[in-house]
Design a binder for this molecule. Structure first.
Ligand code: AMP
Ligand code: ZN
Length: 667
């Protein structure tokens, strides 16, 4: 093929992948493959400058800028980094550096390359002023409100800092938080996120910063930029930033030679798997600012820094069989059973196959030798088949047509990736899964009952749905495997105690598809009782803040089902909460802002803790002892005589819990 054609094709391909990645947030190739293609293009463009094109994907740093957030120009451009994939390339880089600087001793800062979304945060007089995404490097989106919700980013800093400066870093989603988010999605029958990096960058563009606040994002900082910075090298900069209160990972190291840089790389190539967050390489920076100034920048990246990308770990192994799992909401997940193999420090036996399309796209067949890669996902994934090793008589995989658990014909709705078993009330893993969800910690939090016991109860014919739990007796449970008098009693008590769980959690526990914790809270708050919710029409539901058709339809379907209605009526008769019990302050306000309260005595309607929380939720402060600064004393029964005395002397109003309620409820 002629060169010009090859370049053109690569550009188009990369443009498309950039679009998939940056705009659609759904990459279709791995980063490693993308980087290789880009590198290929860059090499060709360097070799054949006559085909230069300012619109080539090699010429731009990122993707298009998303609307809705205000576009802000970066005071200091946010450059990209050149990538390298081998030690030879690093040696070449050092040669280029030495060519500019001459034969001087060089120091390098070695840092990990955190895999997240880059951010530039401006501080003015020690206060966080603005946070802007990288965008195209010249201008990005103002995401200050979202960034402020990330707890590790200081809103105010301490130390000897210049009047204004920017700090640069990476917004990341640590593995643990990512897995937790996914667990929650899986619990409500949603598709989990594909990797931490895309989830972190997607989070920055969420419109509701309260939503962002719920996400366990973090920010790792690696660079200070501005005038009059009180240091002269990158490494000092890291230490200074850390001292000012920024989260700067301690792994960074100063190296006195390329050999020491290689040691750093070799060490982290192995040990990065023990880090709580994703890294995709090492960044090597010439340490001295004076040297950096002399080296300067190319059109898109500093000459004084280079990224070394780790090879994503990959192994090949044999696919022994494919099994199909049925989830709580009936969705089917194909799982690859592999010949056990060592990968990134663990033994891998299974890999996710996602869905039928994925199997077809990669043409994965039992008996194939497949390449397995571990990214940010919980379980590794198959990225390709080694076709050369395919056995001769191999046959294309036929996706199952019937449920492996109950033999019902599977369905697949328009636009959905997964097949599902529609036999919701007769398919064992769905029944068990629903009850397991019902008893789980965030739902009814039933003590003395675990997931395995639920399966045991079901398999012994003792429960078929969550309402049955409330009719279990100690006599029925005791004879079961691993059960005894005490554990049986605990179980029955645990179930009984769940009757005091508030309505919003009951609603979540019911396991209505797409009704997660947040949606359950919204619906509970809006309708206040299950009876009102049951009567709601599609139109009513859609009018509720943040409830879309998909959720609304799912709620309607749930109540349309006679079996569900019977179960709910039974739960009601057992005393499970199906109405909101009004709390003292359902809404946070700033009505008490600036006021200092002291709480004393015993209260009738709520606990002291609730009262204190109500004060704080409404913007007030709780003081521990009465002083001239106290605005109110909220007194219950048995207020201490000394306090009463002091309050009277200082002329501080003493109010009852009812007075207090009036205070926060008046408009
Ligand atoms: P690339 O996106 O491949 O051009 O790589 C450049 C990006 O790497 C920067 O924009 C940063 O977001 C990110 N990065 C992660 N860790 C570091 C680090 N320690 N130093 C500099 N950049 C980093
Ligand atoms: Zn089934």
């Amino acid at each position: 093929m002629d060169i010009q054609n090859t370049i053109q094709k690569l550009r188009e391909e990369l443009n498309q992948h950039n679009h998939n990645y940056y705009v659609l947030d759904t990459p279709t190739i791995s980063d490693f493959e993308f980087d290789l293609k880009l590198k290929q293009l860059q090499d060709l463009e360097n070799k054949y400058p006559e085909y230069f094109d300012e619109n080539s994907p090699s010429q731009r740093v990122g993707g298009a800028i998303t609307k809705n957030f205000q576009t802000v120009a970066h005071e200091h451009r946010m450059y990209s980094l050149d990538n390298s994939y081998s030690k030879e390339e690093l040696m070449d880089w050092e040669k280029r550096v030495q060519k500019v600087l001459g034969d001087v001793p060089l120091e390098y800062t070695c840092e990990l390359k955190y895999d997240g979304a880059s951010i530039s945060i401006t501080y003015e007089n020690g206060k966080l002023k603005r946070a802007v995404t990288r965008g195209d490097g010249f201008q990005g989106d103002d995401v200050t409100n979202n960034i402020k919700t990330i707890k590790s980013i200081p809103l105010k800093i301490k130390g000897n800092f210049p009047a204004t400066f920017d700090v640069r870093g990476e917004i990341i989603l640590p593995f643990a938080g990512f897995e937790k988010m996914n667990q929650e999605l899986i619990e409500i029958g949603e598709t989990p996120y594909s990797n931490p990096r895309n989830t972190a960058s997607g989070s920055l563009k969420l419109q509701d910063s309260a939503e962002v606040a719920k996400r366990p994002l973090d920010c790792l900082l690696y660079f200070l930029i501005g005038n009059n910075l009180p240091f002269k090298s990158q490494f000092e900069g890291l230490e200074t930033a850390r001292n000012w209160g920024f989260k700067v990972p301690k792994e960074a190291k100063l190296a006195n030679s390329l050999t020491e840089v290689f040691d750093f790389i070799d060490y982290w190539d192995v040990h990065r798997h023990n880090l709580p967050y994703e890294t995709d390489g090492v960044v090597v920076k010439v340490n001295s600012f004076q040297h950096q100034d002399e080296l300067g920048f190319t059109a898109k990246s500093p000459r004084w820094a280079i990224a070394y990308k780790f090879k994503s770990e990959q192994v090949s192994t044999k696919l022994n069989s494919i099994s199909y799992q049925v989830g709580r909401t009936g969705s089917i997940t194909p799982v690859a059973n592999l010949e056990p193999v060592q990968l990134a420090g663990t033994i891998v036996k299974r890999a996710s196959l996602h869905n039928a399309d994925q199997i077809e796209k990669l043409d994965i067949r039992v008996g194939d030798t497949v390449f397995v890669e571990k990214g940010g996902e919980i379980i590794p994934k198959i990225i390709a088949v080694d076709f050369i090793k395919r056995p001769e008589n191999s046959e294309a995989t036929k996706y199952i047509t019937h449920c492996p658990e109950c033999n019902t014909e599977l369905v697949r709705s328009e636009g959905e990736a997964n097949h599902y078993c529609p036999n919701f009330y007769g398919c064992p893993p769905q029944i068990i899964g629903r009850i397991q969800h019902y008893i789980s910690r965030k739902a009814m939090d039933i003590e003395g009952l675990g997931g395995e016991t639920v399966a045991l109860l079901f398999n012994n014919g003792l429960v078929h749905n969550y309402a049955d739990l409330y009719e279990l007796t100690v006599e029925q449970i005791r004879p079961l495997e691993r059960m005894a008098q005490k554990s049986a009693e605990n179980l029955v008590n645990g179930v009984a105690n769940s009757k005091s769980i508030p309505f919003e959690r009951v609603l979540f526990a019911l396991g209505i598809r797409f009704v997660g914790e947040t949606v359950a809270k919204k619906l509970a708050k809006h309708y206040k009782s299950i009876d009102a919710l049951r009567k709601a029409t599609l139109m009513d539901l859609i009018l509720v803040d943040e409830i879309g058709d998909r959720i609304a339809q799912s709620v309607l379907d749930f109540f349309e089902n006679e079996e569900n209605r019977i179960i709910i009526d039974r739960l009601k008769s057992f005393g499970v909460q199906f109405e909101i019990v009004e709390k003292i302050n359902p809404n946070a306000t700033d009505k008490l802002s600036g006021k200092i309260f002291v709480v004393s005595g015993v209260f009738e309607k709520f606990s002291r803790d609730d009262l204190k929380k109500a004060i704080e939720d409404n913007g007030g402060k709780v003081g521990s002892s009465i002083s001239a600064k106290t605005d109110y004393v909220v007194a219950g029964d048995n207020m201490g005589p000394a306090k009463l005395d002091k309050a009277t002397k200082l002329n501080i109003p003493i109010i009852s819990e009812d007075d207090f309620m009036k205070l926060i409820n008046e408009s």
